[in-house]
Write a protein that binds this ligand. Structure first.
Ligand code: ZN
Length: 218
């Protein structure tokens, strides 16, 4: 059963480790300890600071950092795109952003996700409308382990303009992460199709379902 990040009494902070060989693998003792806490790539954290400077100005990052622990600040001040960081650090950052910028409004996480969609699709530029949405979403699933060292992802085409992304086997879950994922997929569909799109999380690991299942229609 996955653990909700918010339920962890003593959230782990192992610090960043360069590369997937940095302590991850079968040699890591895997209990509910810091040694096997799930991790994400620095790129996801960097996208939060890009959002801050793009939308809230250059002073916003300093305000957010002030609200975090010294240990978190140490990690966030020297972010490396390709290094691994604790998933729990991303969640603490996202919740701090929501509290300071949106009075804790849970819909804020979707806004964060929508903004980061721009980063993963911006290389498509003016050709975005020509890229197959199915191909892009299939790549999102294939690349899941490039950005997260936990869980499994799969994509299934369900119609000409619809598909399903499923994420499962998460050791920790957080509604905030599912919210930013929904926003991210909405952002991707908007950028790729420039039309009306619908994203529904039909099942969710936070509700003890076997997977977070996103139904997408465009
Ligand atoms: Zn979910």
């Amino acid at each position: 059963m996955p653990i909700k990040v918010a339920d962890r009494g003593d959230p782990s902070l192992r610090g960043a480790v360069d590369g997937p060989g940095g302590g991850h693998g079968t040699s890591r003792p895997c209990a509910l300890s810091a040694a096997c806490a799930p991790r994400i790539k620095g790129q996801l954290l960097i996208a939060r600071f890009d959002y801050l400077s793009d939308v809230h100005g250059t002073q916003a990052a300093a305000r957010v950092l002030e609200a975090l622990s010294a240990e978190d600040i140490g990690l966030l001040r020297s972010l490396v795109r390709e290094a691994w960081y604790p998933f729990a650090l991303l969640m603490r950052l996202d919740r701090t952003l929501a509290r300071l910028l949106a009075g804790g409004d849970p819909s804020f996480f979707e806004e964060l996700g929508r903004h980061s969609a721009r980063h993963r699709t911006e290389w498509l530029g003016e050709h975005a409308a020509l890229v197959s949405v199915h191909a892009f979403l299939s790549r999102v699933a294939d690349q899941h382990r490039s950005f997260h060292d936990f869980g499994r992802a799969s994509y299934q085409r369900t119609g000409f303009h619809s598909g399903e992304l499923a994420f499962r086997d998460y050791p920790e879950v957080d509604e905030a992460f599912c919210g930013s994922s929904r926003g991210y997929f909405r952002g991707v569909l908007k950028l790729l199709t420039d039309g009306a799109a619908e994203v529904v999380e039909a099942a969710c690991q936070c509700r003890r379902d076997a997977a977070c299942l996103f139904r997408l229609r465009w």
